[in-house]
Ligand binder design. Structure first.
Ligand SMILES: C[S@@+](CC[C@H](N)C(=O)[O-])C[C@H]1O[C@@H](n2cnc3c(N)ncnc32)[C@H](O)[C@@H]1O
Length: 273
């Protein structure tokens, strides 16, 4: 199969209402991993944290808990509807230390430097993640923390091999993501991206994720409009509205846990000079 990466860094998953619910459901099984990662990277009370590609606010929410009321979290997000939803969620939770700005992370302006810059599932969508990491480093104080979590699909694709429906769904996700310029191997490339951005070699950790049978069905639903525009047929997985129970059934029949992409975290302290 030949993939033609797009020149743009469009967001393949779109911004429909369902795409706002998907990350909130996803957060239920990701939050503990990200919180542990942020603690290990050095996110703590009183810090001022920049969250890149903040979506509907789930990573900012974790950072807000760690920095507390004396800290500040700024979410940078390109999608207007996601910014509005994230702002409403923080208001409902009474979290005054969090705000969101409608910003393309490829155009970060330098403001008062942050104690930390973080992101989850954002570099994979960018045409030039190294350039963004370079800008991020400029926006972080010397000694500050730069910490990102991105997926690596290698083990996931291997785990899908013996499961025909999972394998078909994974192939469609890979094709749609690749043709919209999304890098499903970003996790494995994090260390070299940090180094290319002039940062020191980062510490890394890889988390194996479990417990989200619904993830593939949700992602395919969000990708469907882009796939249709690219004339990628989803017929190999049948009716999307019944895909979730069919995936669960296939995994249960083969007595395997639902496969998920691993999540790689990389973090570094910006050198003092
Ligand atoms: C997969 S979601 C992750 C959201 C959040 N970080 C989380 O883990 O729940 C990626 C988010 O990045 C945003 N995004 C993609 N490209 C962007 C860009 N160039 N600038 C700002 N936001 C961007 C999308 O709109 C989307 O909300």
């Amino acid at each position: 199969m030949t993939f033609r990466p797009s020149n743009s860094n469009e967001y393949a998953l779109g911004s429909a209402e369902a795409e706002q619910e998907r990350p909130i459901r996803q957060a239920a099984w990701l939050t503990a991993h990200t919180e542990r990662f942020f603690r290990r990277a050095g996110i703590r009370t009183g810090q001022r944290v920049l969250d890149l590609g903040s979506g509907v606010g789930d990573v900012s929410l974790i950072a807000a808990g760690l920095v507390g009321p004396s800290g500040e979290v700024v979410g940078a997000e390109r999608d207007t509807q996601a910014v509005a939803r994230a702002t409403a969620r923080m208001h409902d939770l009474g979290l005054k230390q969090v705000r969101f700005t409608k910003t393309d992370v490829a155009d970060l302006s330098t403001e008062k430097p942050f104690d930390a810059a973080v992101g989850r599932y954002i570099l994979m969508f960018l045409r030039d993640p190294v350039a963004v990491l370079r800008d991020v480093a400029r926006n972080v104080k010397p000694g500050g923390v730069i910490a990102f979590q991105e997926p690596c699909w290698k083990s996931f694709l291997q785990a899908c091999e013996p499961l025909p429906l999972w394998r078909a769904g994974a192939a469609l996700m890979v094709e749609t993501f690749h043709r919209t310029g999304t890098n499903t191997r970003m996790g494995a490339e994090l260390s070299s991206a940090f180094l290319s951005a002039g940062l020191p070699e980062p510490e890394t950790q890889t988390d194996t994720l479990v417990g989200a049978e619904r993830w593939m069905a949700d992602v395919l639903q969000s990708l469907a409009p882009r796939a249709q525009a690219l004339e990628i047929s989803f017929s190999a997985v049948g009716d999307l509205s019944t895909l979730y129970p069919r995936l669960v059934e296939e995994a249960a029949f083969r007595r395997v846990a639902a496969p998920l992409p691993a999540m790689v975290g990389a973090w570094v302290q910006k050198p003092a000079t």
